[in-house]
Design a protein around this ligand. Structure first.
Ligand SMILES: Nc1nc2c(ncn2[C@@H]2O[C@H](COP(=O)(O)OP(=O)(O)O)[C@@H](O)[C@H]2O)c(=O)[nH]1
Ligand SMILES: [Mg+2]
Length: 468
């Protein structure tokens, strides 16, 4: 009798243990790469994502996120991260900036940091719903300075190739004001003579100030090495003190040229490689945020360079194919979303133009990715709304305007933004007056609620299938 009871109990225990193990194996971990060049809106996006999932997860606010529309999301909260050696994303400070009166944008990112959210949900499909009442998806997010992303293509380049590409950019008409001093000093530089540390330091510093100028005044993305702009813990180290230089024949091992080439190679091996290996591989999903409005404001050269920079960086991930990163770190990204961010600064009927323009800029990459079995989509979003759309009647005509407080102004204004092109324009098709999309402060939170455009579509595409 007692033997029977024990056996029955043991069986129940075993069943429950098996159920727990199965449930654990069905609980999932998704690592989402939020990528984009500096200023594309990564930090604001992560802040908004956490805010909406933890405090605004209702079907009015996120109607196109299935788990929420179907009222299956039980709760979402920040949980301790797996990686103990990376600082935690400071959500409290970042969200405080958006929520304060008047609101401001979160500070820009100077280092890598991470945050993990646990989404507890009810399943309605497959095996899961029979195993347990609720399941948990862990969503891991990583924030880092966008400048460091732009270092990724260097892994595929020799010093000579990089120098040529970089000097091409510095010689772009329109950038002379920022680059002339460095280019003329470079003309005087003799690369064949013996190593002269003082001279290398001086020219590196001049190159660094050129990159800083370009970053301040243009939207050009290819500012390399990224650590010259955001050094992290490498400030002042010779490994980040190099600059592009054209070759003229052979150089001896102790020449200035060889020293620069060695620093470039050391930077690749000791800075870029470990960074991506430690933090930037094993992503499951990727969001690429693109600041097309900034590129349009800058002009045709910057738009063309944005296209190239996207091609180079997205190409490095080569999800599923045999790219360099694939061989090195085996990334396994199976879904990529390209999103034009900040679309709230464009009149509502013209926002679709941005999707079409992005699609055209990226058609080659999209094709490659799809061919490798990756699911790809393009979208126009705004993770934190900074403007309301507003219709104004003028002499019987309806004008589609935006209403917000520009960064340069003390007051709210109604502004008629330019119409963004649907296609890439050549220099001759470019409007003479250029484009002038304004940047605005975030809209004030209303009763503690932030507004977004298509954050729910974004979440559905990126993680919806993991929450069924
Ligand atoms: N209109 C609008 N502007 C945004 C949005 N997100 C970011 N921005 C602007 O872009 C700037 C850079 O954003 P940030 O998140 O720091 O970019 P990051 O460098 O990619 O992390 C902000 O200071 C804002 O001016 C958005 O959703 N809408
Ligand atoms: Mg940032």
């Amino acid at each position: 009798m007692s033997v029977k009871r024990v056996t029955h109990k043991a069986l129940e225990k075993l069943q429950s243990k098996a159920q727990k193990t199965l449930q654990r194996s069905l609980d999932q971990h998704v690592k989402l790469a939020v990528t984009g060049f500096s200023g594309s809106g990564k930090t604001a996006f992560i802040t908004a994502l956490v805010k909406h999932l933890t405090t605004q997860a209702n079907s009015q606010n996120l109607p196109f996120f299935d788990v929420i529309r179907e009222q299956r999301l039980i709760a979402c909260k920040q949980v301790p991260q797996k990686a103990l050696d990376i600082p935690t994303f400071d959500y409290t400070t970042a969200s405080a900036h958006l929520m304060q009166t008047p609101p401001s944008w979160p500070p820009s990112t100077e280092r890598i940091n991470t945050l993990t959210l646990a989404l507890k949900f009810q399943s309605r499909s497959g095996l899961r719903q029979h195993i347990a009442n609720d399941h948990t998806l862990h969503l891991e997010l990583i924030d880092y300075p966008g400048e460091w992303l732009m270092d990724l293509p260097l892994l595929n380049m020799t010093y000579e190739q990089w120098s040529r590409a970089q000097l091409d950019i510095l010689s772009t008409p329109g950038y002379d004001t920022y680059c002339a001093a460095f280019l003329s000093a470079l003309n005087q530089f003799d690369a064949s003579v013996a190593i002269n540390m003082a001279e290398l330091d001086e020219l590196s510093a001049l190159y660094q100030s050129t990159l800083i100028q370009l970053k301040t005044h243009t939207k050009v993305a290819q500012l390399q090495p990224g650590r010259m702009l955001i050094p992290g813990d490498l400030a002042g180290a010779p490994i980040i003190q190099f600059f592009p230089l054209l070759t003229h024949g052979q150089y001896h091992d102790e020449s200035q040229y060889k020293q620069l080439e060695n620093r470039f190679e050391a930077y690749k091996k000791q800075v870029i490689m470990p960074f991506y290996k430690d933090h930037f591989c094993a992503f499951d999903r990727q969001l690429v945020l693109v600041d097309i409005l900034g590129a349009l404001n800058d002009g045709p050269a910057t738009l063309a360079q944005t296209k190239l920079a996207l091609k180079e960086t997205v190409g490095m991930f080569q999800h599923g194919k045999s790219g360099l990163l694939q061989r090195l770190f085996k990334p396994k990204i199976d879904k990529v979303l390209f999103a034009v961010n900040k679309c709230d600064a464009v009149a509502l009927p013209e926002q679709d133009n941005l999707t079409r323009l992005l699609h055209e800029l990226l058609c080659e990459q999209e094709n490659e990715l799809k061919f490798s079995g990756v699911t790809v989509d393009t979208m126009t979003i705004s993770s934190v709304k900074s403007c309301q759309s507003k219709q104004v009647n003028e002499s019987g005509k309806t004008l589609h305007c935006v209403y917000g407080r520009p960064l340069s102004e003390p007051e709210y204004i109604t502004y008629l933004p330019p119409e963004p092109p649907e296609h890439v324009l050549s220099a001759s098709q470019w409007p003479q007056e250029g484009f002038n999309f304004l940047s605005f402060y975030p809209l004030p939170a209303h009763q503690g609620q932030l507004e977004h455009i298509r954050l729910d579509h974004t979440l559905q595409f990126l993680i919806g299938d993991k929450l069924t």
